[in-house]
Design a protein around this ligand. Structure first.
Ligand code: HEM
Length: 450
């Protein structure tokens, strides 16, 4: 399929619509104009939306050295500082090398116990016919997992405060990047607007949690006592290979904040979408229940079980295809480039949104349908490597992907063993493209004992 270049006037006319419903806007532009759409967003700056797996392969892998994280990530640095998600260059490479071993398969498997027991603790508080609000419930559960597994900390008491703080910070980021001033003023996000002051106060609440974790650890000494240490130990003990110096206090805080935020928000969303989809697809849910019952026979699952839960994995993967929490990935070109006939000038922005790639009609039959069969091993064979990228691609791909999949599968299995979650009558969550793809509004669900 071809592509289109919109004029400034056309792009401006579309802006209100783009802001009101970015997902529908993108999908419609591409349905009408082809696989690539280029729009001016500022003088001499274009925003290119690319939707084919081949485009992803070029931008995120083949020519990745030419693409840095886009300016739209800048407001995120107000929250996570110069941590792994937002840093660049040699600094990023060093930090990535440092934390990577913590997320190796061998290590991730050891977190299975924390994941399953967090889920068990949560379901132990439920009763037949109880009402839960799925978004807050899953957010608290995912925060509990990250707290225990990575930081050896009990964050259950913080969950009620973290959820509204995250809402506020995401809202702030969207407001900043959808303001035309952001696109023409490099440091607009630093202006001391009332919105910024509110965000600073919110961020201070998250800082307090991070500071408490560091102070506790310094007071009590090394983490879990099994000699292996956790992410917090690793960050505190890290020494630069050449100079032998420790990470600065600020750097440790930024990394902790990065992992606390990136490590729970996305997984929580995945779980909400998964349970919503299952509630409206009884056939897939019955198959899930029967797999969980037969593989686990009533036991609490561990990481080995997770490998055997083929359908459970497929359900999570399909939820991630339809509702990828990182719904868009954005980069900025360093030098001129060309992708599929589109000229990309240095300084331009490029988006390869998983939301679109995951729905590309040449790569997915019935793209809008919920069909976990696609992720059974035989069906997945032959698919383009980048037709599916919930965790991104190339060197900046998610360091926590194995952790996230294991966590989502174990939590889904533990809950399914005991309960069936149904959306409250009339509730059909719609996606809200904030920084992550969240359900719009509350998601009331009824839990029924099985
Ligand atoms: C279903 C859950 C998750 C999804 C969908 C997800 C998705 C992603 C994506 C797409 C990226 C790349 C962003 C880009 O290229 O612009 C990313 C990066 C990252 N994710 Fe995840 N993530 C998830 C869970 C986690 C978890 C559980 C952790 C930590 C425990 C984590 C930590 C990170 C970090 C630190 C980065 C930055 C990596 C780097 O740039 O080196 N994520 N994630």
């Amino acid at each position: 399929m071809g592509g289109v270049r919109l004029t400034g006037r056309e792009a401006l006319a579309l802006l209100p619509y783009a802001r009101r419903d970015a997902l529908a806007f993108y999908a419609e532009l591409l349905a009408r104009h082809g696989d690539t759409v280029s729009m001016p967003v500022a003088p001499r700056t274009k925003f290119h939306v690319l939707s084919r797996p081949e485009h992803v392969a070029h931008v995120l892998v083949g020519n990745q050295a030419n693409y840095l994280k886009a300016r739209t990530y800048r407001p995120l640095t107000e929250v996570v500082g110069n941590g792994l998600l937002t840093s660049e260059g040699e600094h990023w490479a060093r930090q990535r090398r440092l934390v990577q071993p913590m997320f190796s398969r061998r290590h991730v498997v050891s977190f299975g116990g924390d994941m399953a027991s967090a889920a068990t603790r949560a379901v132990d508080t439920w009763a037949d016919d109880a009402r839960i609000e799925a978004a807050t419930t899953m957010s608290a559960l995912a925060l509990d997992v990250v707290g225990r597994a990575l930081f050896g900390a009990d964050l259950t008491g913080d969950a009620a405060g973290v959820a509204p703080t995250m809402d506020l910070l995401m809202d702030r980021m969207i407001r900043v990047t959808s303001n035309p001033l952001f696109w023409i003023t490099p440091n607009y996000h630093e202006w001391r607007t009332p919105n910024r002051r509110k965000a600073d106060a919110a961020k201070a609440r998250l800082d307090a949690i991070v500071d408490r974790m560091i102070a506790d650890r310094k007071r009590r000494g090394s983490g879990d006592g099994d000699g292996d240490g956790d992410l917090l130990d690793m960050l505190l003990a890290a020494r630069d290979a050449e100079s032998g110096t420790a990470m600065s206090e600020q750097q440790v805080r930024d990394e902790l904040m990065t992992f606390m935020v990136a490590g729970h928000e996305t997984t929580a969303n995945t779980l909400v979408w998964t349970f919503s989809l299952l509630s409206t697809h009884p056939e897939a849910r019955r198959r899930l229940e029967s797999e969980v019952d037969s593989v686990l026979a009533g036991r609490v699952p561990d990481a080995d079980d997770a490998d055997k839960l083929e359908w459970t994995n497929a359900v999570v993967s399909e939820a991630l295809r339809l509702y990828p929490p990182a719904w868009t990935l954005e980069r900025e070109a360093i030098a001129d480039d060309e992708v599929d006939g589109v000229r990309i000038r240095a300084g331009s922005m490029v988006a390869t949104p998983p939301w679109l790639v995951h729905r590309h009609p040449e790569h997915w039959t019935n793209p809008e349908g919920f069909d976990p069969e696609r992720f059974l091993p035989e069906a997945a064979r032959g698919r383009h490597k980048f037709a599916y990228l919930p965790f991104g691609g190339g060197r900046r791909q998610c360091v926590g992907s194995g952790f996230a999949m294991l966590e989502a599968v174990l939590i889904l299995a533990v809950i399914t063993q005991r309960y069936r979650l149904d959306l409250a009558p009339g509730v059909r969550p719609r996606p809200d493209p904030m920084i992550t793809l969240r359900p719009r509004g509350k998601v009331p669900m009824t839990v029924r004992a099985r």
